[in-house]
Design a protein around this ligand. Structure first.
Ligand code: ZN
Length: 93
């Protein structure tokens, strides 16, 4: 399930399993699972892992596949390895 922070626009995804259940009285419901543990359903109010604000919102599954520009690059940006050129000391005569 994709999430987007409405404060810093950070986009991330968390894997959830939604299991539809029906009790003995015919009441349908949903159970949210993450790593096989029941969790409260994610909702607006998910905590942004980047800025910690609680104004994150969710996208429907598949949203990011239509908006690939929102997906952060998987590889961290490698800093330029070129060493800074230090001024060569002038020979002193
Ligand atoms: Zn944020």
């Amino acid at each position: 399930m994709p999430f987007e922070c409405q404060s810093c626009w950070h986009v991330w995804q968390e894997e959830y399993v939604v299991r539809h259940i029906e009790d003995d009285h015919g009441n349908a419901g949903e159970v949210w699972l993450r790593a096989d543990l029941p969790i409260p359903p994610p909702s607006p109010g998910a905590i942004c892992p980047r800025c910690g604000c609680q104004k994150a919102t969710t996208f429907p599954d598949g949203y990011l596949s239509r908006h690939p520009e929102l997906i952060p690059p998987a590889e961290p940006v490698v800093p330029d390895a070129t060493p800074l050129l230090s001024p060569v000391p002038r020979p002193f005569y």
